[in-house]
Design a protein around this ligand. Structure first.
Ligand code: GCB
Length: 675
């Protein structure tokens, strides 16, 4: 991509077009090991938003060439965090265009002097287009806001005697265009009697605030110059033995040896192997089970990989340890099976969202959320509507929370959002999601998009080519009996109506998800029953739900997950008999849904995910009161009445479906975190 167009912010359509970076190498989560060191760059960065009319001043004046403070005033900006809600400057909250982050780092001497050390700069995510300079040198660009990217910067830091101070400058553009994911449009408002000259707004077509910035950690880490670049693990079960297939890619030299050991949770070696690929057999394996499905859920082994290699500078070793859960996933005509047992998704949809930090990663928030999930008795969530931070998936692996991993294909609402450039980018993003998340036992399903306007002629483009794509490592291929190994979710694809018409019959569409967007301009039949239509008529829910389920199942003979349902509820609003927006209404609506779901639950409905776990911020509009309030928890994670109702239901379902059957404890305060 030409830098000329990169800086032409006003012409952002072309900016991101044709920018296929191609996946280079693996994206293993950085970790410390005897051969690897990490240096987190969380904390305060210098920050400036480029408020110039064309947003190009930073490029015109080459702000990356010198320390940022030399080209103008800067403010402190915490990383990780969205920048939007940090300052008192309202212009920053709604800012569209380039923002600039900068941070100086002192490197350990060994990193700059030992030529057998490789130094990597890794950015957990930068929403949504980023350009990175190291000491003023253009180093890295990335398109797409919710996935990591990295660059080997050894040649920039190992350049002579002690250049241990490093200046990292990152320019980030949050503009959404017809070819970004999610897409958006820039609208110039030209009526000068109403708007000043050059006035524009960013239009989005999804229901969450477009928070931006360095929302996940930035870090530096080292590996030896010959290193373990990627590991792919797939698992299966043969009688009582677990089979762990591994494939390892090594970069830097062809002269190497690999040793692989699989350790159980007590650190006992249970299998070992050598070479870049192989199969490890674990007799009497402890399987990875979801939370509340087994006495000992979320069992993780550790795959220790040791590399020894010859380089021109002498021998090097590299060590990497990957958590491995042995489990299988399969889909039948009416069931979703984990380890051969029927699994019912009783969970939530989430957002990465909280006060002040926006979408910024935050450990206290994450641990609180997992405590709430366990309290609730939830066994699954969907990463609506984008891939979440890697640490979230690690927690899911450890807690046994099953994940539907969604890519940011959300808001695909207009015909101009479907074209070859978009398709190419969509596929690239899916490849990046799979590359990053392929080894998490918790992830059982890829979600390709949320509610695309697939009634449009052009809309088939992003769906089906990806579904034919064989980039998935094939972990669960055999049992599903389709060509993609995980059932790919194409939510509401194409928008079905309750008669079951228009649903994609693509064989890899293993699931039908029934949740539909509510934009009234499409006048769609939606299934936020008694919310986006038939306002207040809770008595209709059961009938409408039953009609929808029956028509779909009759036609497609596939299991169904109710992927969203819910009601806007302002905590503290009360009214009985229930009226919309009150806690009583949310509870009653849920009760009606639950009666409807229970009719089909033991037949072919295999899950229910409430919309939403917690209230979250959206763009301002007359239909949103400080954001979307469909949470069963407030944005501050306090329960509304519906949370208690849902909790009772989820524990009840858990007790019915637990395997081997025994009563699940309804508290999560026991000694073991995995009650
Ligand atoms: C949906 C969307 C979700 C919205 C939700 C709502 O169908 O998938 O992004 O927030 O409805 O509350 O309207």
């Amino acid at each position: 991509m030409a830098r000329g167009s990169a800086v032409a912010w006003a012409a952002l359509g072309p900016l991101l077009w044709g920018c296929a970076l191609g996946l280079q190498g693996g994206m293993l989560y950085p970790q410390e090991s005897p051969s690897r060191e990490c240096k987190k760059l969380d904390g305060l960065w210098s920050f400036r938003a480029d408020f110039s009319d064309n947003r190009r001043r930073g490029f015109e004046e080459q702000w990356y060439r010198r320390p940022l403070w030399e080209s103008g005033p800067t403010v402190d900006m915490p990383v990780p965090s969205s920048f939007n809600d940090i300052s008192q400057d309202w212009r920053l909250r709604h800012f569209v265009g380039w923002v600039w982050y900068e941070r100086e780092v002192i490197l350990p001497e060994r990193w700059t002097q030992d030529l057998r050390t490789r130094v990597v700069l890794r950015i957990g995510s930068a929403h949504s287009y980023a350009i990175v300079w190291v000491n003023g040198v253009d180093t890295l660009e990335h398109e797409g806001g919710y996935l990591p990217f990295e660059a080997d910067i050894s040649n920039l830091v190992q350049v002579g005697p002690l250049p241990s101070r490093l200046r990292i400058t990152i320019a980030i553009n949050n503009t959404l265009t017809p070819t970004t994911l999610p897409p958006g449009t820039i609208q110039y408002l030209t009526d000068t009697s109403k708007y000043p000259k050059g006035y524009f707004v960013q239009n989005t077509y999804f229901d969450f605030f477009n928070y931006a910035g360095l929302q996940r950690s930035v870090l530096l880490y080292t590996t030896p110059t010959t290193y373990i670049d990627d590991i792919t693990v797939t698992t299966s079960v043969e009688q009582d033995s677990g089979l762990v297939n591994y494939q390892i890619s090594v970069k830097g030299s062809n002269l190497f040896e690999l040793e692989v050991r699989l350790l159980d949770a007590e650190n006992k070696v249970v299998a070992n192997g050598t070479g870049t690929q192989g199969q490890l057999k674990v007799p009497g394996a402890s399987l990875w089970w979801p939370y509340l499905m087994h006495e000992r859920p979320a069992y993780l082994y550790s795959l220790e990989v040791q590399l020894t290699a010859q380089t021109s500078l002498g021998p090097v070793s590299d060590f990497y340890t990957l958590p491995v859960g042995i489990r299988t996933v399969a889909v039948t005509k009416s069931q979703f099976l984990i380890n051969g047992k029927p699994f019912y998704f009783h969970g939530v949809n989430k957002h990465e969202d909280a006060d002040i930090r926006g979408k910024g990663f935050d450990w206290p928030l994450l641990v609180k959320d997992f405590n709430l999930l366990r309290w609730l008795g939830a066994n699954a969530f969907r990463t609506s509507h984008y891939p979440y931070a890697e640490e979230v998936l690690q927690m899911c692996d450890r807690y046994g929370i099953v994940v539907i991993d969604e890519c940011p294909g959300v808001g695909l609402a207009l015909p101009q959002f479907f074209n070859n450039v978009s398709l190419h980018h969509h596929m690239q993003v899916m490849e990046e999601v799979v590359r990053r998340d392929k080894n998490h036992p918790a992830v059982v399903m890829w979600s390709v998009a949320n509610e695309p306007a697939s009634h449009l002629e052009s809309a088939v483009l992003p769906a089906c080519p990806w579904l034919d794509w064989e980039g998935d490592p094939g972990r669960w291929l055999a049992s599903v009996g389709v060509s993609a190994s995980r059932p790919a979710q194409w939510e509401g694809c194409p928008y079905p109506d309750s008669s079951g018409d228009q649903i994609s019959t693509h064989p890899n569409c293993g699931f039908l998800f029934c949740s539909f967007f509510f934009f009234l301009r499409w006048s769609l039949t939606v299934c936020y029953y008694s919310w986006y239509h038939d306002y207040g008529h809770l008595e209709l829910i059961q009938l409408q739900l039953a009609t929808q389920f029956e028509n779909w199942y009759k036609k497609y003979q596939k299991p169904i997950i109710q992927s969203e349902y819910g009601a806007e509820t302002i905590a503290g609003f009360h009214q009985d008999p229930p009226l919309m927006f009150t806690e009583e209404y949310q509870k009653s609506l849920l009760e009606q849904y639950h009666l409807g779901l229970d009719q089909k639950r033991r037949k072919y409905v295999v899950g229910e995910l409430i919309w939403n776990f917690a209230d979250f911020m959206t763009e301002q509009s007359p239909t949103r009161v400080l954001g979307n309030k469909k949470g069963i928890f407030t944005r501050q994670r306090q329960p509304k009445s519906a949370a208690f109702l849902l909790r009772e239901r989820y524990w009840k379902i858990a007790n019915e479906t637990r395997y081997p059957h025994s009563v699940a404890k309804s508290q999560c305060l026991e000694n073991s975190p995995f009650t």
